[in-house]
Design a protein around this ligand. Structure first.
Ligand code: IMP
Ligand code: MG
Length: 176
């Protein structure tokens, strides 16, 4: 396997700061941030602290969605695993995920919060692969747009490996 860095720690920190500035400028400061586990755990940790620097006071929740299992391809149907986040009704919800790929997971999450009475549902992804979309889904806040490449690090995994890397890298089989 070959790792090739596409965005280093400094580049990610710069984009996270930009995103926080844009979010704080357009979203009520008492927003509810809902991170999608597991992939968003690093991004959420950095984003909520960047939001604090912009004067926002987000509440932070997490939700777990079933999708990939251990394969790299989306299963196509999504389920909520475990308890849903509390107190959604009337809130501005910002769903935060590592990446929008087919869009199936975030499309599900958006509907989930709309159906439970959120006043407004917005989505924020660190990475967007628009060429892979299978549903009409457009995130409001995007860190980096990327081609159809498989990426690991900064929370993203390949079969649970590489989440701990502080940078984003493409992962390629060396054909062995
Ligand atoms: P969806 O296909 O947009 O529903 O994406 C579902 C999930 O697949 C994302 O939240 C990621 O956890 C995972 N995923 C999609 N593309 C990649 C990738 O390039 N690397 C690692 N995980 C990915
Ligand atoms: Mg994910």
């Amino acid at each position: 396997m070959t790792l090739t860095v596409i965005h280093d720690e400094q580049a990610i920190a710069g984009r996270v700061a930009d995103l926080a500035q844009r979010i704080a400028a357009t979203v009520p400061s008492d927003l509810l941030v809902v991170g999608v586990l597991k992939g968003a755990f690093v991004f959420v940790a950095d984003l909520v602290r960047a939001l604090d620097r912009r004067g926002a006071t987000p509440e932070v929740e997490f939700m777990r969605l079933s999708s990939y299992g251990r394969s790299r391809e989306s299963a196509g149907s999504v389920r909520l695993l475990g308890e849903p986040p509390a107190a959604i009704s009337g809130r501005t919800v910002l769903v935060v995920d590592d990446i929008a790929d087919t869009g199936v997971s975030l499309d599900f999450a958006r509907r989930f919060f709309v159906e439970r009475g959120a006043a407004q549902v917005l989505t924020c992804v660190l990475l967007d692969k628009p060429s892979r979309r299978r549903v009409a889904f457009v995130p409001e806040f995007v860190g980096f747009v990327i081609d159809d490449v498989f990426v690991v690090g900064y929370g993203l995994d390949d079969a649970e490996r590489y989440r701990h890397l502080p940078y984003l890298a493409t992962l390629e089989n060396d054909g062995r």
